[in-house]
Design a binder for this molecule. Structure first.
Ligand code: COI
Length: 361
């Protein structure tokens, strides 16, 4: 039976004035809409109890498995308001599939793609007033689907009861400076993911383990951290919360190939698909840190950017490490801004959706 996520709430939603105040300065992930979608999975009965309910705390027993063993996965996608007022999602099926890939790795149940889409669409419909206008920039409603082991039990095994939920947060740019280029710390002290680990899954533990490196970077004036592969420390992998790409003087757009330890970003995939249309040659291959730094220093890599749903494309000013700094520049590069505009134009309905990536709510 497909899930329907019916609205069960009879609460009083936020006033237009309150929402307008939040939309004026939303930050990222600070404010949440009036409702959330929920569903429960039980080992003996599958998915049920699907609903859209007022946003509010979960009541968790102190022995709830996720609090101890971090059996949890999540997603990130956005709802965009077009100029005519309509609301659209960008490739949400990809998020549904990735949630299931992550769930398989963490021994959580899969949620049928259609149920995932229904949960998002019902929540966004109920809280439509919270989807901001683009405001000439990149304001959107960030959607955070997640799933966690919600069983009171301290044995180490896959939970027999799991909660799925979607919450929504009106957001502006992920980085406080917007498109101002950021500095990236290249850590040699920490790894993000090893062979056979959870690097390709979007699970909270990956982000928890990246925090210490992120803070190491912050001490060196950096707002993201770049990890090398855990095995050799030679190959470029990804940033703490997003993928990395570089642009060469010859027009190649290079990003590390998916190795099983890198998150398969939807934005990453979209950029690689669009690159050819923008006159760039997309290249996904193993790429060493040494190659990137040597080519920056010789002027052959001319731009670099972080990419992800939250970050969109955020230019990189400089890579910093204990071995030295590799400077690209304080101004966003033209290729970075061209790709950034191209993807935002599709998301906000300002360009033709030639790939069929948009889905109307
Ligand atoms: C996203 O880009 O949606 C993420 O989940 C990354 C996180 C840093 C917000």
């Amino acid at each position: 039976m497909p899930l329907r996520f019916p609205l069960t709430a009879t609460d009083t939603p936020s006033t237009p004035e309150k929402i307008a105040g939040i939309h004026a300065d939303p930050g990222f992930g600070v404010y949440f809409t009036d409702h959330m979608a929920v569903a429960t999975w039980r080992k003996d009965g599958g998915w049920s109890d699907d609903a859209v309910v007022p946003y509010g705390p979960f009541q968790l027993d102190p022995s709830t498995a996720v609090l101890h063993y971090a059996q949890e996965v999540f997603e990130g996608l956005k709802a965009y308001r077009h100029a005519d007022g309509s609301i659209w999602l960008f490739r949400p099926e990809r998020n549904a599939e990735r949630l299931n890939a992550s769930a398989r790795r963490l021994m959580l149940p899969e949620l049928p793609v259609d149920d995932f889409l229904t949960s998002i669409e019902e929540l966004v419909t109920v809280d439509a007033a919270w989807v901001p206008d683009a405001h000439g920039g990149e304001a959107s409603l960030y959607l955070r689907p997640f799933m966690f082991a919600n069983e009171s039990f301290l044995g180490v095994r896959a939970a027999h009861q799991v909660t799925y939920s979607v919450i929504a947060s009106p957001v502006g740019p992920y980085f406080a400076g917007g498109v101002k280029p950021v500095n990236i710390w290249v850590t040699d002290a920490y790894s993000r993911a090893g062979k056979g680990g959870t690097g390709a899954a979007k699970c909270g533990g990956n982000y928890a383990s990246s925090l210490i490196a992120q803070y190491e970077g912050a001490e060196h004036g950096c707002s993201q951290v770049l990890f090398a592969d855990a095995g050799t420390g030679v190959n470029t992998e990804e940033l703490g919360g997003m993928n990395i790409m570089v642009v060469t003087a010859g027009g190649e757009l290079i990003t590390p190939a998916l190795t099983g330890t890198i998150l398969e970003g939807v934005t990453r995939d979209s950029i690689l698909t669009m690159a050819g249309e923008l006159g760039l040659t997309p290249v996904a291959r193993p790429v060493t840190l040494a190659e990137i730094f040597e080519r920056i220093d010789s002027g052959d890599i001319v731009e670099a950017f972080a990419c992800g749903t939250a970050a969109v494309l955020t230019p990189v000013a400089e890579f910093r490490s204990h071995q030295g700094n590799h400077v690209i520049g304080d101004e966003p590069g033209p290729r970075t801004m061209q790709i950034r505009s191209a993807i935002l134009d599709v998301q906000y309905g300002r360009a033709d959706d030639v790939h069929g990536w948009l889905r109307r709510v």
